[in-house]
Ligand binder design. Structure first.
Ligand code: EPU
Length: 425
């Protein structure tokens, strides 16, 4: 079994270059399907999911070439070219390992007029249906058919006309699929109640760099004027605001000073506001964000929400941090129905957390103690590492294979000093 061993109880210090954003990279990569010209993505994070996405695109006829990173980029540079789409099928084998594979549905449909993708199914954090992806594509003119665990989307003769769609619930992935389809539709499309996450802005900015015309970027109504073709581009993936927030929680729980290089305050305002409310000193510096200790952590009341609200992807890390805060914190998870898998593990380390439905009450304790724990999804795993850094003794976080499918590899070698984290295979 793969595991991470954390010897906690030591302060951290240093300057950490923040990687390219996972959730941005996974929606920028399929944009290669939208043009026959080369797309070069810089600052791609070193993740198994990025490689899996590359393999999926290879199966569809996209060539991928990885170049060495430039000195200013922490991550990798990949040039993708879909001269010709040779297959329009994303098979179960790949989709079951990486949910984000569903993001080829829109671009394949837009470029090739047809796409068949295995239904992704649920995962550790919830059911995660794709009904909104399909309804949005239908509104743009696609015909949808579901058979034998696969969804097929087809454009009518003459191509997709485009159309209007209002999302009943904000969905990041469905907004992304609809955007990547609408840019190649015949007419104009309007997406209402669209997701406004910075990763959506990053996607819009890439599409515009490829020749798309999109109005309302950053807002909840996006108007997309379809183009006959898009061209190639070179684009730098934004910094990962969730990774930056996770390091900030690690600094806060250990009373440490860390500089998060490349992190942008305006992309993580809700995270920074919550850190400040908990008593952590956070300030913008020339090349990122500085996190400084500022006395005992204070309890918080937080509820997850779509951007600009407090991100569900930060909930587990904040919960770990608040285990050692003064007073009782109340966290409510409104996005995913099963995102408290870390709670029993944190309790095994001495935390005192009670869950009732979607709300967790975290009663601050004086100390936590390292223990063997089982990590589930990526963010839950990070929360156990954060707790382990502040706990007395050794924490051994056993990782399900899935973690490596959504995590860093090869194992991270953090460019900072302090509590030791070691990966063992
Ligand atoms: N939903 C539906 N129907 C749909 C799509 C979504 O009911 O067709 C519901 C979901 O079940 C959920 C809510 O809408 O309750 C929001 O889901 P969303 O579609 O926004 O999530 P996603 O696109 O599947 C992305 C990130 C997640 C992140 C969420 C929310 C990627 C690859 N994944 O997922 O990231 O939590 O948005 O911000 O971008 C992670 O990084 O650990 C992670 C899970």
């Amino acid at each position: 079994m793969d595991k991470i061993i954390i010897r906690g109880g030591k302060p951290l210090s240093g300057r950490i270059p923040i990687s390219g954003a996972k959730n941005s990279a996974l929606t920028l990569l399929p944009c290669a399907l939208l043009t026959d010209e080369p797309l070069t993505l810089r600052n791609l994070p070193r993740l198994a999911d990025v490689d899996s996405f590359g393999h999926l695109l290879n199966q569809l006829g996209v060539s991928t070439m990885i170049e060495g990173a430039r000195p200013e980029d922490f991550g990798r540079v990949m040039t993708l070219r879909a001269g010709r789409v040779t297959s329009t099928v994303a098979p179960y084998d790949i989709v079951r390992k990486m949910r984000a594979s569903i993001l080829v549905l829109g671009p394949l449909l837009a470029r090739a007029g047809e796409a068949t993708v295995s239904l992704p199914g649920g995962c550790a954090i919830g059911n995660r249906p794709i009904d909104l992806h399909l309804k949005a594509l239908e509104a743009l003119g696609a015909e949808i058919e579901i058979t034998a665990g696969y969804v097929t989307a087809r454009a009518p003769k003459g191509g997709l006309p485009g159309g209007d769609f209002g999302f009943p619930v904000v969905s990041v992935g469905a907004t992304e699929n609809a955007l990547m389809t609408a840019v190649l539709c015949k007419g104009t499309s309007t997406l209402r109640n669209a997701a406004r996450e910075p990763e959506i802005v990053d996607l819009c900015n890439l599409l515009v760099a490829m020749g798309a015309k999109i109005e309302g970027i950053g807002g909840s109504t996006l108007v997309i004027h379809g183009k006959e073709r898009l061209h190639g581009a070179t684009y730098r993936v934004m910094a990962d605001r969730i990774e930056a927030g996770s390091y900030a929680c690690a600094a806060a729980i250990t009373g440490s000073a860390l500089d998060l290089i490349g992190a942008k305050l305006d992309e993580m305002e809700a995270t920074v506001a919550a850190l400040r409310q908990a008593g952590v000193h956070v300030e913008e510096i020339a090349d990122g964000i500085a996190v400084r200790p500022n006395g005992k952590l204070q309890a918080l009341t937080l509820s997850t929400a779509p951007f600009p609200g407090f991100a569900t992807d930060m909930q587990a890390q904040f919960m770990a941090m608040l285990c050692l805060a003064e007073g009782a914190s109340v966290l409510t998870e409104t996005i995913f129905e099963n995102r408290y898998m870390h709670v029993p593990e944190l309790n095994r380390m001495g935390a005192h957390i009670e869950v009732k439905g979607r709300t967790a009450v975290v009663h601050g304790v004086e100390r936590m103690v390292g223990a063997p724990v089982m990590a589930t999804d990526l963010r839950a795993s990070m929360s156990l590492i954060i707790a382990g850094l502040a706990a007395e003794g050794e924490t051994e976080a056993g990782l399900s294979k899935r973690w490596f499918c959504s995590g860093h590899y090869p194992p991270p070698t953090p460019p900072f000093q302090g509590g030791e984290a070691r990966c063992a295979a």
